[in-house]
Design a protein around this ligand. Structure first.
Ligand code: NAD
Ligand code: MG
Length: 298
């Protein structure tokens, strides 16, 4: 954990990966069982009322980037609907507690985003239990590496697209109907959209689709007063990576390829989502904010 407000060398702000980073869990994994624990910002993040009274949906809110974003949104004054998978209850319980400790409402809605019905239920939960929705942060994602296209099954290709692309489409479609002017949608892309690793054929392709979807939808709904943007993280230390997102043997060097030479932490992603959700980014539309430790992007 590190204080994100202290003036310091960003390369030194968090540890580089070590042999200790080599670990495996079955997907979706539990952050509570990771060593070292990713920094979710809970020990340090200070809200300044930038999302006061807002009503947010955060997918993948139990762990990793979604968890850090849910905590930051709550501390900025937003009530939050938390989407995650039923197997992740242990992680989600902690996030519910952190949101409530920030004095905000937390509505837990576990389920499978590969189902359109569930995506609609997530939006309904916000409308019914928060009284509306004005922030949609699509952060859930699936990443399973496969070295050879011959071994990439149709089932996996389909599941990766359902989770990363279809769920975003279904959630946007259901939420926009309810969103007042001033609302914001933030999708989650990746460095993989521009520099795809060969072992992430399906995943990287979904991330490029997310960038393009973001740009197209942004133009469509700007006149409704809704802004759509994306965040594109680089290598971030989360459960995604230790549950088949990367081969286990590369984890001791995870993030070493970035100019900062270390992995990012979820806490370093949260402020990007807060910025794009808040009125401070009023003239930023259809953009992708890269938070990747310095890797060049188009
Ligand atoms: P994470 O495993 O902590 O979070 C991903 C979450 O997605 C899970 O907690 C789970 O709740 C949710 N999810 C997956 N499949 C689901 C399903 N079928 N139904 C409901 N929920 C489902 O990992 P993370 O790294 O924080 O991932 C968050 C986002 O960040 C993803 O979109 C990922 O692609 C993106 N991203 C991560 C990295 C990285 O290096 N960690 C880099 C670039 C982009
Ligand atoms: Mg999780």
């Amino acid at each position: 954990m590190s204080d994100q407000y202290k003036f310091q060398d960003p390369a030194e702000q968090y540890q580089k990966a070590t042999p200790e980073f080599k670990q495996q869990q079955t997907p979706p994994g539990l952050e509570t069982e990771m060593k070292p624990r990713p920094d979710d910002g809970s020990a340090t993040y200070k809200g300044t009322g930038r999302l006061a009274g807002r009503k947010a949906i955060v997918t993948g809110a139990d762990s990793g980037i979604g968890r850090a974003v849910a905590i930051a949104f709550a501390r900025e004054g937003a009530d939050v609907v938390l989407s995650y998978m039923p197997e992740e209850e242990q992680d989600a319980k902690e996030v519910v507690k952190l949101v409530e400790e920030a004095g905000r409402k937390a509505v837990a809605v576990p389920g499978d985003l590969k189902e359109e019905k569930y995506c609609e239920q997530v939006v309904s939960a916000a409308v019914e239990q928060l009284g509306g929705v004005d922030i949609l942060a699509n952060i859930a994602g699936m990443q399973q590496y496969v070295k050879d296209i011959a071994d990439l099954t149709t089932e996996q290709f389909d599941a990766t697209f359902k989770t990363n692309v279809y769920a975003m489409f279904w959630l946007c479609k259901a939420a926009i109907k309810h969103m007042p002017k001033g609302s914001a949608i933030i999708n989650t892309s990746s460095i993989e959209a521009y520099s795809p690793e060969p072992i992430l054929l399906d995943y990287a392709t979904t991330k490029a689709a997310i960038n393009t979807f973001t740009k197209a939808l942004a133009q469509q709904v700007a006149s409704k007063g809704i802004r759509v943007n994306a965040v594109a993280p680089g290598p971030v230390w989360t459960a995604l990576q230790i549950t088949g997102g990367q081969p286990e043997e590369v984890l001791p060097e995870f993030g070493a390829e970035t100019p900062l030479g270390r992995p990012g932490q979820p806490a370093e992603m949260a402020s990007a989502y807060v910025y794009l959700a808040s009125q401070e980014s009023s003239y930023v539309i259809g953009d992708t904010l890269n938070a990747n430790g310095g890797m060049p992007t188009p």
